[in-house]
Design a binder for this molecule. Sequence first.
Ligand code: SAM
Length: 290
Amino acid sequence: MPADRDQPLAPGLYLVATPIGNLEDITLRALRILRSADRIACEDTRQTQKLLNHFEIKVPTVSYHMHNELTRTDELIEALKAGARIAIVSDAGTHGIADPGGQIATAAIAAGISVFPVPGANAVISGLIASGLPTDSFTFHGFLPAKGGQRKTALEALVRDGSTHIFYEAPHRIEDTLADIETVFGPAQHVVIARELTKLHEEFLRATVAELRTTLSARTIRGEMVLLLAPAPAEAPTQQVQTSIAAAVATLMQASGSTEMDALKRVARERGIGKSEAYRELQREQNRRK
Ligand code: SAM
């Protein structure tokens, strides 16, 4: 039991995690702090009010979101300086993880105010621990860029990084993202989609990206989701004789339906050479064959 359970709440800012679906996923400490705070700052007061009603918590709420972050931060910092106990929550999960309103903790620390983490549910960690992928080294990237070109560039940067990569993704973008993953990592890349975590329709889809694309072409996927993949780590260069670049590009285009340029980029990456070098070699091979 925490030593402070019967003590009045100390002044300061409390970053309180709330459930990501299942209302039982709130800690006893989070409930005590929400009940004892002077004020609860919320990403969306209506959303948080449902949670407060469920647990019969009657504490005033105030909105704190990306549109009033600047003015509200000043206001909250003034109240904190005067000794207030303020809890801050996002719509769901751990405040500050891919949520708007991340400034408040930094501003409070700069103002010499105590900041207390109140840990709990989080979609990244929940998805990771049940994904079956390595958990010893992982990177959370938030949401991938919405634009295809930028998304592919972001994925390409991860090709040689063998840790587990975790993204938040929206249902209307998942199919495009999987297509980009197939182009960048190849059809055999193992991918996990962790959907509707802790909720009634929780589901884990674990398969190669090619299989997942086939599955999703035949059904609609809804709800909130986390996307995970662990690319094979970069291999040390070997003395093996490699197939020609032209042959490798042709095989890849046939297997994944990617364009010549995408296939060339991937072959270059796999061989640890630059795009231009690979392109020049491709041209040399094609000229030799003429
Ligand atoms: N702060 C939250 C946390 O701690 O996980 C994340 C907030 S972020 C704005 C919302 C995104 O998190 C969703 O679009 C989805 O990708 C992911 N997410 C949130 N709840 C989820 C759930 N129950 N199952 C799967 N993904 C979830």
